[in-house]
Write a protein that binds this ligand. Structure first.
Ligand code: IMP
Ligand code: MG
Length: 175
């Protein structure tokens, strides 16, 4: 029989909308009179980032970075590599990183160190979700949408083997 993934709703689209509104409100107020560079971490960020930036009432630039953390499909190995770099110089910029989920923290702490070395004027992190139960490296999250349980989640940009990114709500993937 074909493999049938079981999806259990965790966060519905209305809750996501309210969280994105709240985050945009905080960012609008903190970055008033500034011109941040928003850096999206591909690919998981793209749905969240598209919704978030349309609520930001600020002049801003956008760039993307793609990182690869080698290891099993659902685990960070600890070795992170930049597979698609930035096109925008970040020295002296107010940089806001947008990420889908902070799990072990290995990927994002690598990225924050990588960006810090390039001397931005400021560096903050906005994450849609946080799975603190699995943290191995401490990560300061400045703007957080949701704390999620120790489950594998999909939808609203989050994938499992590239599937489910298009779902408008966030689900727990049960197998
Ligand atoms: P970390 O390095 O362990 O924090 O993992 C970071 C990356 O793993 C995230 O940016 C996601 O792309 C992926 N990831 C971790 N947990 C999940 C999940 O529950 N669903 C989908 N992707 C996840
Ligand atoms: Mg990601």
């Amino acid at each position: 029989m074909a493999f049938q993934p079981q999806l259990k709703i965790l966060i519905n689209r209305d809750e996501i909308t309210r969280a994105v509104d709240r985050l945009a409100c905080e960012i609008n107020s903190d970055y008033r009179d500034r011109h941040p560079l928003v850096i999206g971490v591909l690919r998981g960020c793209f749905v969240f980032l598209a919704d978030l930036i349309r609520r930001l009432d600020l002049p801003l630039d956008i760039d993307f970075i793609r990182l690869c953390s080698y290891g099993a499909a659902r685990e960070s190995s600890g070795k992170v590599v930049v597979v698609q770099g930035l096109k925008t110089p970040i020295r002296g910029r107010d940089v806001l990183v947008v990420e889908d989920i902070v799990d072990t923290g290995i990927t994002i702490s690598f990225l924050l160190d990588y960006l810090k070395k390039r001397r931005p004027a400021s560096l903050r992190l906005c994450a849609l979700t946080d799975k603190p139960s699995r943290r191995r490296v401490p990560v300061p999250i400045d703007y957080l949408g949701f704390t999620v349980p120790d489950e594998f989640i999909v939808g609203y940009g989050l994938d499992c083997d590239q599937r489910f990114r298009n779902l408008p709500d966030i689900y727990i993937l049960e197998q």
